[in-house]
Design a protein around this ligand. Structure first.
Ligand code: BGC
Length: 401
């Protein structure tokens, strides 16, 4: 109300200025009340904001439907996960300008995954990595596993946890969660015991994705669960990952034979191209064919053993991509990590957006126990018995500089 109108009102015969002022104050108070009502509305709107949503991903050959869950946080990080294989299909992270882009390899549709891909973004079980000759003995009994990697068993067998449909429970909140459960029957892929596995993905406020693994069995068995996301922090999957800088807090790694089974030795990284204690470009040593281990792995495809052997959640590795400034930190309760530099990617897979995934266009950092532990008495045990609980946690945290 402008001053002139105000003065004119006072001049009107029959208007009591005191009463008028009182009424004006009352109106102001009421208006204030309305505006605080507005912020309450906003708060309740925020509280009901949905940070996890579900859509249909596609149909499996047996007719069952697979879903895709989209998790997002307030910063703008988005992670999409299917209950088919517990697969992370999309994962956006900010660059140094705050621009979010997808940093994982994968397929645009369920059909892409069904055609067969090398574990893009999937959950791996029952046993991540290789078991020599697809067999082991436990409590005096020999078990024969499905061999799916030459003479060896790899990543749980022909139909591992990456190819099954998990039961999904979304939990909304500021830090949305996707809880996944799968009951693997006694004898599945040759492994003993009914194994009930639960994996919870939580997208945190600080741009971390936390993955909690838990399992219980009704017969003695072996378990080694992990996730197989391929990262290319440039956000451009047509590029190689050779310029990424990696650090791994490990004084030792596990040398392998020609079929990538550990020899049993824990070898010092010192003076070798396996020393990532200082941040080093992947390209620096990956083609050093004078190193027999590089020849066997066709690059990096080895397990590093952390110097810190505590079972607490600790920072164990970092990857930095200089052009985008994206930095990924890996924290885990596990004793080791498989660093695989995408050596078997060969340009035959067309991924998201029709991009051809060339040799070494993605890298994996799979937190885990050592490969072939069921056959190597010198390695930390991967045996799980009835009444015990398998519990591990891994966090992938993103920032930029
Ligand atoms: C293994 C590689 C294997 C790849 C399959 C990695 O975990 O270490 O040897 O080729 O998985 O995609």
């Amino acid at each position: 109300m402008n001053v002139l109108v105000f003065k004119n009102i006072f001049r009107q015969p029959g208007i009591n200025p005191v009463l008028y002022l009182k009424q004006l104050i009352l109106i102001c108070l009421l208006l204030q009340g309305c505006s605080s009502g507005k912020s309450e509305d906003k708060e309740s709107q925020e509280a009901t904001e949905v940070n996890i949503s579900k859509s249909v991903f596609g149909a499996l050959p047996d007719g069952r439907s697979a879903d895709l869950y989209t998790l997002k946080n307030a910063n703008g990080m988005v992670v999409k996960i299917s209950n088919y294989g517990g697969t992370i299909t999309y994962w956006s992270a900010p660059d140094k300008e705050g621009k979010y882009a997808d940093i994982t390899l994968g397929c645009d549709s369920l059909q892409g995954y069904l055609k067969g891909v090398p574990y893009f973004g999937a959950l791996i079980g029952r046993y991540g990595n290789r078991i020599a000759n697809g067999k082991f003995t436990l409590e005096g009994k020999a078990y024969l596993l499905a061999k799916n990697n030459g003479v060896n068993a790899l990543h749980g067998g022909i139909k591992g946890f990456d190819k099954v449909l998990w039961e999904a429970t979304p939990v909304d909140g500021e830090e949305p969660q996707l809880m996944l459960k799968y009951i693997s029957a006694d004898g599945e892929e040759g492994y003993p015991g009914t194994l009930t596995t639960e994996v919870t993905y939580t997208l945190l406020k600080d741009n971390s994705l936390k993955i909690e693994y838990s399992a219980a069995t009704d017969k003695a068995t072996v378990v080694n669960l992990t996730n197989h996301a391929y990262f290319n922090l440039s956000g451009d999957m047509s590029r190689e990952i050779l310029d990424h800088e990696v650090s791994i807090k490990a004084d030792k790694f596990l040398p392998v034979n020609e079929t990538l089974i550990p020899t049993g030795e824990l070898k010092s990284v010192s003076g070798t191209v396996f020393d990532f204690n200082k941040s080093t470009k992947i390209g620096t040593g990956i083609n050093n064919l004078k190193d027999q281990q590089i020849v066997y792995g066709k690059g990096y495809d080895h397990c590093w053993v952390f110097s810190d052997t505590s079972k607490t959640l600790k920072s164990v590795a970092k990857v930095y991509e200089p052009a985008s400034g994206r930095l990924m930190e890996v924290l885990t309760t596990e004793p080791a990590i498989q660093f695989y530099s995408g050596n078997f990617l060969d340009g035959t897979i067309k991924g998201k957006g029709g991009i051809v995934y060339k040799h070494r266009s993605g890298l994996c950092l799979e937190t885990q126990h050592y490969p072939d532990s069921p056959n190597q008495s010198g390695f930390p045990s991967t045996v799980l018995k009835p009444g015990e609980r398998y519990n591990t946690v891994t966090v992938y945290k993103f920032s930029a500089n």
